[in-house]
Design a protein around this ligand. Structure first.
Ligand code: HEM
Ligand SMILES: *[C@@H]1O[C@H](CO)[C@@H](O)[C@H](O)[C@H]1NC(C)=O
Ligand SMILES: *[C@@H]1O[C@H](CO)[C@@H](O)[C@H](O)[C@H]1NC(C)=O
Ligand SMILES: CC(=O)N[C@H]1CO[C@H](CO)[C@@H](O)[C@@H]1O
Length: 376
């Protein structure tokens, strides 16, 4: 809730100060009056359907001549996701860090061989909470920094840094929101990760290391962050993100499941593929990630929950989906998270919202999880 009051404050400042509302600024959480001011200034995007799967899912060179690494320029946005940061820094995504959801789906498929259903589900989840549904643009970061937009955009205009909906606590290499900066690469945490890789992976990151480090990050947040939140959807993304480096950051010609820590640093810190990098030769579906999550969870089972305003007060949340409840993850995300972010949607915004909810649901079509009815 803290986040939405900041959002209102900064967007009001932006509007009253005559700053243009950024095309990628999220409309989530705006009041009816704010929407009435902002919507007429926005250019409507084409809400094209999500791309289909790759035709050829073999491993291939992705650090190629047409996708060289370049450092982010001063107006280029980067955020909490090393996967998307890397795709932007190699030009698989627009280098400025602002993209349509379809561009993101294409890029994660082409650059990392993420499976179509998983790519759609994650991308549209992020777009629904952090993107601009009317312009059809999402930023992969969104927070002003020393290297951010000039003149500075409002500090909270959506993008993947927005706390508590998609971005969350107990990240692998990023500090919790409670401690201030929540998206920058954090050397101290990377050094801890390296120590765990030495101790449990003979110098490499693998699923055994992931299990120990996920547990360590949770214990650390419980002990130090009075506002530690670890309910769905963050509960799911935290576990999934512990598997992602094994699934995506290892060269596709190497099937050992062991990630070199120098390679890991390149992705996490520098948004950079190693020279000659081949993407994975496995189309990584939610089933593949689910198997990794089960492995990690089974070593140190922790229920979804959070601290109660004091450190060391972790309490399970009986209302949160757990890892076995994918349908509840989806339903609660739509009925609680999304509905709460757009209480005032009508007209163009309502239509765009429902269209994106259809896209988000599409990987679940044909499963035994029914679609939540359209918003009215
Ligand atoms: C499909 C679209 C994707 C979206 C919208 C997305 C979004 C995000 C967000 C918001 C976070 C921050 C969560 C947090 O720690 O608070 C994150 C973290 C992460 N993402 Fe992505 N991601 C996507 C795809 C990928 C891909 C393809 C990879 C790997 C190639 C990847 C790897 C990671 C990793 C390893 C983290 C954890 C970073 C850390 O905790 O230090 N993501 N992602
Ligand atoms: C991780 O590496 C360690 C050390 O080599 C090894 O004992 C363990 O089996 C590996 N785990 C996985 C899941 O590959
Ligand atoms: C979600 O909300 C809709 C509309 O209020 C309602 O019809 C539906 O039963 C809810 N679904 C669940 C599973 O709570
Ligand atoms: C408060 C806090 O932990 N902030 C850190 C976030 O990450 C940056 C970049 O590494 C650090 O400089 C901050 O100290």
């Amino acid at each position: 809730m803290r986040f939405s009051s900041h959002l209102l404050f900064f967007s009001l400042l932006a509007i009253q100060g005559g700053l243009a509302f950024p095309s990628y600024g999220t409309l989530a959480g705006l009041s009816r009056a704010e929407l009435d001011t902002v919507l007429p200034t926005l250019q409507r995007g084409v809400l094209e359907p999500p791309p289909g799967p790759l035709k050829d899912t073999r491993a291939k060179l992705v650090n190629d001549k047409s996708h060289p690494w370049k450092p982010a320029g001063k107006n280029d946005i980067r955020g909490p996701c090393p996967g998307l940061n890397t795709l932007a820094s190699h030009g698989w995504l627009p280098r400025d860090g602002v993209a349509t959801p379809a561009q993101i789906v294409n890029a994660v498929q082409e650059g990392f061989n993420m499976g179509n259903g998983l790519a759609i589900f994650v991308t549209y989840a992020a777009h629904l909470v952090d993107g601009n549904l009317v312009t059809n643009l999402l930023s992969i970061g969104g927070k002003t920094s020393k290297t951010g937009p000039n003149p500075p955009a409002p500090a909270t205009v959506g993008g993947l840094n927005t706390h508590a909906v998609f971005e969350g606590d107990a990240s692998t290499t990023r500090a919790d929101f409670f401690f201030g900066d929540n998206h920058s690469f954090y050397e101290t945490l990377f050094n801890q990760l390296t120590a765990f890789s030495n101790k449990f992976g003979a110098g490499f990151y693998n699923l055994s290391v992931a299990a120990e480090f996920r547990f360590q990050r949770i214990q650390d947040s419980i002990a130090t962050n009075p506002q530690f939140g670890f309910s769905s959807p963050r509960y799911f993304t935290a576990y999934a993100e512990s598997v992602f480096p094994v699934a995506f950051f290892i060269d596709g010609r190497d099937t050992s499941g062991q990630l070199d820590m120098k390679v890991a640093r390149g992705f996490f810190q520098n948004s950079r593929f190693p020279d000659g990098f081949f993407r994975s030769g496995i189309s990584t579906t939610s089933t593949v990630i689910g198997a990794g999550i089960d492995f990690i969870f089974s070593k140190h089972p922790i229920p979804p929950g959070g601290n109660n305003g004091a450190v060391n007060s972790y309490t399970p949340d009986p209302n949160s989906a757990d890892l076995s409840q994918l349908c509840k993850l989806y339903t609660d995300f739509v009925n609680n998270t999304i509905r709460g972010l757009y209480p005032n949607a009508k007209g163009v915004l309502l239509a765009a919202l429902n269209k994106n909810l259809d896209f988000f649901y599409s990987p679940l079509a044909g499963s035994d999880c029914p679609q939540v009815p359209a918003f009215v």
